[in-house]
Design a protein around this ligand. Structure first.
Ligand SMILES: [Zn+2]
Length: 368
């Protein structure tokens, strides 16, 4: 009797084993979201892998190369966001030519913003060098940017309000590990060094003033949380140092990582690479995982030499989306000898080649 019953009892097990185990697997992964955050920083108008001073190809620089890494990094994951951390308009002859010779008031979008639009950046930060050509030029240029252009610590003197959009809450549909869709509210805020008031005194005095980065963070981050931000990402155009805090520090990243509400920091301004060997003695830093004070931080060098990548694992704890794990790394476009490691994004090159060629021709005409 007992023996006869065994095959009968096994029938439902055999029938339902596969779907049941799939269901268990799905339940374990339900609500775990992998979110990748990509950073370019301090591009300084390096759109093309070209050295305008030596009039030759330079494969250590150029967004047309970084773009290929952006495409690869996006293709590896289900959910990603792309940001620029500022200092993108000035720093090479192309930037100079456009601002000082040709101008951009001809109904044309600045090629840097045309490139950002084409690559689908989710938001960008203003860096200190964006002020070098004056506010009029900057305001005309950023009109061409299709994404939010952020800074939270530069204020209008006249209005006593942020001069730019201080932060944005991006609503993004993401897919968790089991394939279920969720809408995440991703808060993004921008900062830059207060030293702009010294460096660009002639352009800025009487028009704007700069608040200490940490003070602006204290002012706006609670507002972002009140508006329902599930996560907060800082586009921090500022460097990394654990020197004792002073409000006028040019390098505020270390102190931004101490805000419990900030989940990831995209650093810049100092053209360094984080994680990287120059930061090995930094306090409370995990160089293997790219964490400072247990928060993922990335700094992707300069001129498009690297792409910054932060990978977050997000899950719900007590009903709130929470970062369970974060790591950061950077990927280079060339090896240490300047040999290219990636192909040129030809589509992007076609989009900006006109101004590149204009700059090359202008330099040639000058006989430089
Ligand atoms: Zn800078």
């Amino acid at each position: 009797m007992f023996l006869k019953k065994i095959p009968f009892l096994l029938i439902p097990l055999i029938l339902f084993y596969t779907p049941f185990s799939r269901h268990v697997y799905a339940a374990e992964n339900q609500g775990i979201i992998d979110l990748r955050i990509l950073e370019t920083t301090d591009l300084h108008s390096s759109l093309v892998n070209y050295d305008y001073y030596q009039t030759k190809v330079d494969n250590r620089i150029g967004l047309v190369k970084t773009a290929t890494l952006i495409h690869q990094a996006r293709n590896e994951v289900k959910n990603s966001l792309l940001f620029d951390d500022g200092d993108h308009l000035k720093g090479n002859p192309l930037g100079e030519y456009l601002a000082r010779i040709r101008g951009i008031n001809h109904g044309k979008t600045h090629p840097v913003y045309r490139a950002f639009n084409s690559l689908g950046y989710d938001a960008i930060a203003i860096g200190n060098h964006e002020f070098n050509y004056g506010l009029k030029f900057l305001n005309a240029a950023i009109k061409g940017a299709n994404m939010p252009v952020l800074n939270a610590n530069v204020f209008s003197v006249k209005k006593n309000k942020p001069y730019f959009t201080p932060y944005i809450i991006l609503k993004r549909q993401v897919v968790d590990q089991s394939g279920t869709k969720h809408t995440l509210k991703i808060g993004v805020i921008g900062f830059m060094p207060t030293q702009i008031m010294k460096w660009d005194k002639a352009n800025l005095e009487g028009k704007v003033y700069a608040k200490p980065i940490i003070d602006a963070a204290k002012e706006f981050i609670p507002m972002m949380k009140a508006k329902g931000a599930d996560l907060i990402i800082a586009l921090a155009h500022t460097g990394i140092s654990s020197e004792p805090y002073n409000s006028e520090t040019e390098n505020a990243v270390y102190y931004l990582t101490k805000f419990p509400e900030i989940d990831a920091v995209l650093a810049g301004h100092s053209h360094s690479v984080f994680p990287g060997p120059i930061f090995q003695n930094l306090a409370n830093t995990n160089m293997t995982k790219g964490l400072i004070n247990n928060k993922p931080v990335v700094m992707a060098g300069s001129f498009g030499s690297r792409l910054g990548i932060i990978d977050l694992k997000i899950g719900k704890i007590a009903g709130k989306w929470t970062v369970l794990q974060g790591t950061s790394t950077t990927k280079a476009i060339s090896d240490e000898n300047g040999r290219s490691l990636v192909k040129t994004d030809k589509r992007l090159f076609r989009i900006i080649k006109f101004e590149h060629q204009e700059t090359v021709d202008f330099i040639r005409k000058l006989g430089l």
